[in-house]
Design a protein around this ligand. Structure first.
Ligand code: GLU
Length: 445
């Protein structure tokens, strides 16, 4: 690592003890922006990197709520407002029992660069709670969301901070959150949240955008090499919002998704995953994946198998952080995988990324490949601000253009800095440069 950056990195480790995912995210960025730091000594003088690594504001709050039996639960809520140089803080809320401050900081840090890469006017932030919506009734989820928003509302706003969904926060949760915000503030402020339902200010293609965007990005990677999805076997880990719409777009572009997974296990369907059945199981019935294999005779379900052992030419990890380890990466490389594109945030461990690099597998990091979700959120904000709503077709075209531009910017930046084909360096340097330029212009704030 560059000497100046090494010292900054050490200070981040010392000042944020125990936040391993945040350390990992910071390390990945600082490791690759050395050439950009050398090129712009004025940024170093203004201590831009140190400032980027320190959130502008971190909010932690108590979320008390009552379950259907009248028992009281106390969860912890977070909102980390990381950087607003390019626009209002923007990023999702994650409800999952594993959520801690370090998780939210890693996600918020990634979001700063991701949002910069979209080229749209959005800063970076993230939030969430250690609340587990799984197994909770709709009324319990509503009470939790209302309590969460009763604190959060004072910190957010269409010009301040605009949350959206992430793991555990979908249209049901966003509806309850928006309802409570509207009630407390007495304002129909559509632009305060994105990912809203279509009837109350949501935008076409937001739901599909992360998965579609990731697929467009990887398609562009393949096209740059004179190739495409046609005839390719694809493995997509996860079966949440990102994974479902990745499967949909891969199939539309001529690829075949042969495996998906959830926290209970892996489904291998060599004839191509039946998307309608998968949506029914996951979006409507909220069931586990073993049901899939019960319905589709030739599909195999295994509770304890690694999805990365299944041969494919493209792998799209779309479940959660650090799900693809060095063994998984080695299996992918051995089986002839050409591209790994991250649909989730930081699903590839640093060791796995190294194995992929050494094995000649192209690696598209999440902050570039999964930026379609937040890009569509920025389009939702545009529509809300102008009280307009665009057609599905127009919205999808805009998303596609944004992902192609984003890919090309990462690709060109990697070449410019002497790292051709290195999308990690390209994404980190391009994202950093944009944020740094704006921070310098805004003075010491
Ligand atoms: N949670 C998504 C992400 O990781 C989307 C954030 C948003 O739309 O604000 O980028």
């Amino acid at each position: 690592m560059h000497q100046t950056l090494e010292a900054i990195h050490q200070r981040v480790l010392d000042r944020n003890p125990g936040e391993t995912e945040f350390h990992q995210a910071v390390h990945e960025v600082l490791e690759s922006i050395g050439p950009a730091v050398d090129k712009h000594p004025e940024y170093a003088q203004a201590r831009i990197v140190e400032r980027i690594c320190e959130p502008e504001r971190q909010i932690i709050f108590r979320v008390p709520w009552e379950d259907d039996n009248g028992d009281i639960h106390i969860n912890r809520g977070f909102r980390v407002e990381f950087n607003s140089a390019l626009g209002p803080f923007k990023g999702g809320l994650r409800f999952h029992p594993s959520v801690m401050l370090g998780t939210v900081k890693f996600l918020g840090f990634e979001q700063v660069f991701k949002n910069a890469l979209t080229g749209l006017p959005i800063g970076g932030g993230k939030g969430g709670s250690d609340f587990d919506p799984r197994g909770r009734s709709d009324r319990e989820v509503m009470r939790f969301c209302q309590s969460f928003m009763t604190e959060l509302y004072r910190h957010i706003g269409e010009y301040t901070d605009v949350p959206a969904g992430d793991m555990g926060v979908g249209s049901r949760e966003l509806g309850f959150l928006f309802g409570q915000y509207k009630r407390i503030t007495n304002r129909y402020e559509s632009g305060v949240l994105t990912g809203k339902g279509l009837v109350y200010g949501g935008a076409q293609v937001r739901r599909e955008a992360t998965g579609y965007g990731c697929t467009y990005f990887v398609e562009r990677v393949l096209r740059t090499r004179g190739d495409g999805f046609e005839g390719k076997d694809v493995v997509v880990s996860g079966s949440g919002n990102v994974a479902l719409y990745t499967v949909e777009k891969v199939h539309q572009l001529g690829g075949r998704v042969v495996a998906v997974s959830d926290s209970s296990g892996v489904v291998h369907d060599p004839e191509g995953v039946d998307l309608e059945l998968l949506k029914e199981i996951k979006e409507v019935r909220r069931e586990r994946l073993d049901v899939y294999a019960e319905k589709i005779g030739h599909a195999e379900y295994a509770a304890d198998r690694s999805i990365w052992d299944i041969p494919c030419q493209v792998a799209l990890p779309s479940a959660t952080q650090n799900e693809l380890d060095a063994d998984g990466a080695a299996a992918l490389a051995r089986n002839g995988c050409l591209v790994v594109g991250e649909g989730a945030n930081m699903p590839t461990t640093p060791e796995a990324a190294r194995v992929l690099h050494e094995g000649g597998v192209i690696f598209a990091p999440g902050k570039a490949a999964n930026a379609g979700g937040v890009a569509a959120s920025a389009l939702e904000m545009q529509q809300n601000a102008s009280r307009d709503s665009w057609s599905f077709e127009h919205s999808e075209n805009r998303l596609r253009e944004i992902m192609i531009d984003l890919h090309d910017r990462c690709h060109a930046t990697a070449e410019e800095y002497g790292r051709p084909g290195d999308y990690v360096a390209g994404a980190n340097i391009a994202g950093y440069s944009r944020v740094a330029e704006a921070m310098l212009a805004l003075g010491l704030v």
